[in-house]
Design a protein around this ligand. Structure first.
Ligand SMILES: [Zn+2]
Length: 240
């Protein structure tokens, strides 16, 4: 696949067959798992398309499925060679009760241990929990790079993340906070994503995310496209 634009976070395992047949060739997708079932499919797709991929157990999976099978799920991830561990993190949208939050926290720690032992960066899901995830990373003593996927917190939190060694991923949804975040974070710490098919239908939506960055930064689309692609390649360790 030769590509120019990079979608740093999507879920090709959730795409319909027709959509897969019509993937735009000028966009390189980084596809991400979020449950054991989705990890299995993600590996299959990534190997077939020769694209970068992430494997992880997301916090919402702990809410929906519990974490009893975690050892088996971890064993599978360990046997693959993902570019990063993700998406992982904390979720205060789906999480409602104490058991959910304690499961999420235990799962997150196990995923950090896994990433650390495999020497991999992490992709973070931080829904309604941006600062809580950063607190957890600090407490853990996390030193490797991390990406805040679909960052929806405040600009101050984004700045805190960058200071801690993070990069910020921008989806194509506009908001006051997101605009402030794009303004506050240096271009070399920004990447673009779609979270497709959940947020935009397909990965072509990444053009809108790149355009949003270009517009707020007051730069050409090309420049934002090149920067976000390069930043992603550096983070995930792939060649453009
Ligand atoms: Zn996602």
């Amino acid at each position: 696949m030769s590509a120019r634009l990079v979608d740093s976070h999507c879920h090709l395992d959730s795409f319909k067959k027709k959509q897969m047949d019509e993937l735009p060739q000028d966009i390189l997708p980084v596809t991400s798992g979020y449950s054991h079932k989705s990890n299995l499919k993600t590996v299959e797709i990534a190997r077939a398309l020769k694209i970068p991929f992430c494997l992880g157990i997301a916090p919402q999976t702990a809410v929906f499925e519990g974490i009893e099978k975690l050892p088996e799920w971890e064993e599978f991830i360990r046997a693959q060679k993902p570019n990063a561990i993700g998406e992982i993190g904390l979720d205060y949208h789906w999480g409602k009760e104490e058991k959910h939050f304690s499961d999420e926290a235990a799962l997150f720690k196990r995923m950090l241990d896994l990433a650390d032992s495999m020497g991999l960066p992490i992709v973070l899901h931080t829904r309604k929990a941006e600062d809580k995830v950063l607190d957890a990373l600090e407490k853990y003593g996390w030193k490797k790079p991390f990406m805040m996927h679909f960052f929806s917190g405040e600009a101050e939190t984004a700045k805190r993340a960058v200071k801690m060694g993070g990069i910020i991923s921008v989806p194509p949804l506009h908001s006051k906070d997101r605009r402030k975040t794009i303004e506050a974070v240096p271009l070399e710490k920004l990447v673009s994503e779609t979270d497709a098919p959940y947020i935009t239908r397909g990965i072509e939506g990444v053009r809108d995310a790149i355009q949003y960055i270009a517009e707020v930064k007051g730069i050409e689309f090309e420049k934002a496209a090149d920067a976000t692609a390069k930043n992603s390649a550096k983070f995930f360790g792939f060649k453009l």
